[in-house]
Design a protein around this ligand. Structure first.
Ligand code: HMG
Ligand code: MG
Length: 298
């Protein structure tokens, strides 16, 4: 079987996870969580977002979170940015990496960032250009790659178009978001095949929400296609406030357990990660969304 030896994990819990919690999480808890995640060996931890606090109040204070982090040289702490205003905040905060986010669905683009796909690409042309001028690294997201909460099925060609658009603007990696977790393995492979014809597969990441319980199966399908970057969320936290029905990302603990079992290296210590997941689940007073964590803690 054609599988990578190593996989890079992009931990998105402190952003994708906490943006969807009804309870606002104070800065010190967000900082503590990120510190624990870094201690477990994760090398990329999305720390927050510079979006409108009217749209996503949970991510307000992301600048304070970033300032308070005990930053490790070997760890990247990207922040989501939707426009020039967000980039200005990122530069002011001293952020070294940002992520821009577009969608393969027109309706989702409107609901999430209040503009069309084309307008978003135009907006990102300026944002990415300026970010690169300032020597920031820029990652790109494409949402709704395997289905949209408003439009249903999405044509893989539309995914490839948006992914290629962001890649050509200078994103070093394109993360493919199954925002509502409706994808299944063969659909995943068709979408990756189409996208990998436009963006090198080594620059693609899988960002799968687990709403329908398909995420691990879809990740295996993606790994078989040569994808070697996986976004996941500790304790399975997550969702998108503008995607009704979206639950958490695939749990980081479950991904690490699966990859460990397959002999694929991640550099992450599973026990320490499980403890980080326990910490945030206890704080949120909700059941841990990771099956592996529940088994290990029982
Ligand atoms: P808009 O209303 O069209 O923008 O929103 P606007 O320029 O008219 O601004 C509206 C207000 O927001 C103004 O304030 C601005 O100053 C302020 P007011 O004058 O009314 O007091 N504002 C900002 N404040 C702070 N930071 C900013 C900023 N920009 C404007 N950067 C906008 C457009 C893009 C701002 C809005 O739609 C927005 O913030 N959307 C973000 C939604 C979001 O964060 N969604 C979740 C992340 S995406 C996701 O989860 C998917 C992903 O995980 C992948 C997957 O799973 O598929 C990545
Ligand atoms: Mg997401």
């Amino acid at each position: 079987m054609n599988l990578p030896d190593k996989v890079k994990i992009v931990e998105v819990g402190p952003r994708d996870g906490l943006q969807n919690e009804s309870r606002l999480v104070p800065v010190e808890i967000r900082v503590e969580l990120i510190g624990r995640l870094a201690a477990s060996g994760l090398k990329v931890i999305e720390a927050g977002s510079f979006v409108s606090p009217k749209w996503v109040p949970q991510m307000a204070s992301s600048a304070e979170v970033f300032a308070a982090l005990d930053k490790r040289e070997s760890v990247s702490y990207p922040m989501l940015v939707p426009n020039m205003r967000g980039l200005e905040s990122a530069l002011e905060a001293g952020v070294k990496e940002i992520a821009v986010f577009a969608a393969a669905s027109e309706s989702f683009s409107q609901k999430n960032i209040n503009c069309s796909i084309e307008q978003s690409i135009e907006r990102y042309r300026q944002v990415i250009g300026e970010a690169l001028n300032q020597r920031l690294r820029v990652r790109g997201y494409v949402s709704c790659v395997l289905g949209c909460p408003y439009e249903g099925d999405i044509d893989p060609v539309a995914v490839a178009d948006v992914a290629a658009g962001l890649f050509e603007l200078g994103c070093y990696e394109i993360s493919l978001g199954d925002t509502i977790g409706t994808g299944t393995p063969l659909k995943t492979q068709k979408m990756i095949l189409e996208t990998a014809a436009r963006v090198p597969v080594s620059c693609l990441a899988a960002h799968f929400h687990d709403t329908y319980g398909q995420a691990l199966a879809n990740l295996l399908a993606a790994l078989q296609m040569g994808v070697a970057v996986i976004d996941s969320s500790v304790a399975g936290l997550g969702g998108c406030p503008y995607a009704k029905g979206a639950t958490g990302n695939v749990a980081s603990e479950d991904v690490i357990y699966m990859l460990n079992g397959m002999g694929i290296e991640t550099g992450v210590n599973l026990s320490q990660l499980v403890e980080a997941g326990r910490f945030i689940s206890d704080f949120l007073q909700r059941p841990n969304g990771s099956r592996v964590a529940r088994a290990m803690l029982s």
